[in-house]
Design a protein around this ligand. Sequence first.
Ligand code: T1G
Length: 692
Amino acid sequence: MQAMVKIERHGDLAVIEVDNPPVNALSNALRQDLLAAVKAVIADGHLRGAVLACAGRSFIAGADIREFDQPPGAVITLDICAAIEGASKPFVAALHGTALGGGFELALACHARIMAPDGRVGLPESRIGMMPGAGGTQRLPRLVGAMAALEMVSSGRHVAAAEALKLGVLDEIATDLRKAALVRAGALADAGHWPVTSARDVAPVDRAAFDAALGVIRKRARGAIAPVAAGEAIGWALDLPFAEGVARERARAVELRGSPQCRALRHIFHADRRAARLPASSAQAPGVWPIKQVGVIGGGTMGSGITIALLEAGYKVTMVETDLNRAAAAEARIRAVHARHIGTGRLAPTEVEERLRRLTYSYRMERLADADLVIEAIIEEMPAKQAVFRALSPIVRRDCILASNTSRLDINQLADQVDAPERVLGLHFFSPAHVMRLLEIVRADRTSAEVLSTALSVAARLRKQPIIAGVCDGFIGNRILGRWWAQCDFMLEDGAFPEAIDQALEAYGFAMGPYAVADLAGLDIAWAGRKANAATRNPNARDVKIVDWLCEQGRFGQKTGKGWYDHTGGKRAVDPLVHGLVERASAERGTVRRQIAPEETVARVLAAMVNEGCKLLAEGIAVRPSDIDVALVHGYGYPAWRGGPMHEADGIGLDKILATVKIMQQDGPDFLPAALLEDLVATGRSLASLNT
Ligand code: T1G
């Protein structure tokens, strides 16, 4: 096996080079080798200084998170930091790629830090339910101040080179990284003294402002422990001597490492990456088609959002609209978002100009003759969509991928309209499309592996989180949503009120409860769907009419001032009229209303999700349980720190979930227990065992 750490000599200076692909993660074995190398360099009387650098695409991206369930090894990163910082010769960190977590902490312990122009640093531990445990929370505020450090550890944000230099993290940005680092190490050795981060004082801070910022972090965390713990540790740097701060940080980090939240967030980390891979059964590494020129048909909210995302990712876009007014409205929408980005400083006016230069508007589909990919985003009606696909077929090249942004229609019926149906698939973006991370890639019966693999590469370039779904009404996300929202409506009839359900689910960690979300999205969409599906609804399915009554009164949610709540005062207020309608629904059903405890709300919602998830798996619509977790977390506000419903269900016990489903089966055929769930319970297997 190749050594993971090498020492190269450059005269009287050394380069310690770490080489542990893909991201130089600090595994137990690597830590041992690295400490040995640091000690060897210190002990070598011929060497005056050293550079710590990495081979491959990145500097050390942190501890190896695959080892978090094992006991820590003999050498911890804290020991290496202490050895470097207390060395009798200067150490300079040469950073490229992403210097994160323990990697960045090692750099903070070095006596200088030099970074390549495209490098980034950060302490992202809180995103995986962890906190820095190798002195990061104590050293960083000594360099950048407590407020900036608080923001960095709680957000977990990656900070680009220019900002890192401005903040005081870096000493220099250099194109010729190794050379600049060696020069710096030599200069520090010549001077005979070098800065020691832990010996610096933390700049004085307005304590009230710091505590207020911590309060905001606590509130925004919505139950997540890690961002708050990391923030509190920055406070220890203000109050305690370095050694004590580090000891407390370490103790708290060890606690978090073994916590259910850390396990859940690591599950999501791996689930995200698994979801972006083709299922194992697909042909080996299918080719990826080059995509440069994209057509978007329809410039409504979705089409405009998709266009903005495509421009951000560097694509050339042609938007096709039917008339001047609609094109003008789309242009106004797209310009407004870009103007906001200029206003917030996210984009420079020149960057916006460059993006908008890549966008052309047209009324003629013929302009899509050169397109590599066309995304249809028109009204959600099958005949209209079919007409678009029929019209496109003779215009575009045979290898132009044709995608629909439908959120529920049968992609196979669109593929039927064109030559080469293997290039047709669904690309279901979530609104607003330039913001929401989830992208459901819908594989139709004939979609080829190459087309699927190209779609995954487009998702990566758009920085979206893909999941692959099969064709069915609502695909993965909306089909599950339909079931658990139905359970919420049943709970209204059984005795709850909308605000109690919203509160129970927000306390559980959801970003917003279902009724608040419905008011935001607009009730008219659900109403139209209910009317369209009325004929095909199963007469044995339990049906709650409250949303129809609200819509009949013109209460479409926030856009009309009233919906499930009264928003006219600028806040969501409980409306006695809605309580009246809820009670009427119970009375019409002949139900004696009873108290619904928050625990029951959560249990029924979770059971509805997991049961439907099992049906999706058995039908082959979802590839693996963890894809369902990814969908719910990135597209539907499910708390990431709970790891998604399928992960949560394993923790609770599938037998308990099944018991709840068995009570819910009285609500009709949609809630019959999934055969897969029953089978898993009978055979004592977990959902996690199905993650391939
Ligand atoms: N440990 C193990 N494997 C890792 C890893 C890590 N820290 N980071 C990435 N990988 C794997 C990943 O699973 C994937 O493998 C491959 O590398 C490429 O990753 C002591 C306690 C570095 C920005 O949280 O944010 O340090 O799926 O597909 O988009 O205080 O990975 O292909 O088999 O994501 O270019 C803190 C987590 C740890 C960083 C690269 N560090 N990683 O992104 O590629 S805790 C993190 C990332 C810690 C200290 C504490 C990203 C990336 P596979 P990728 P990418």
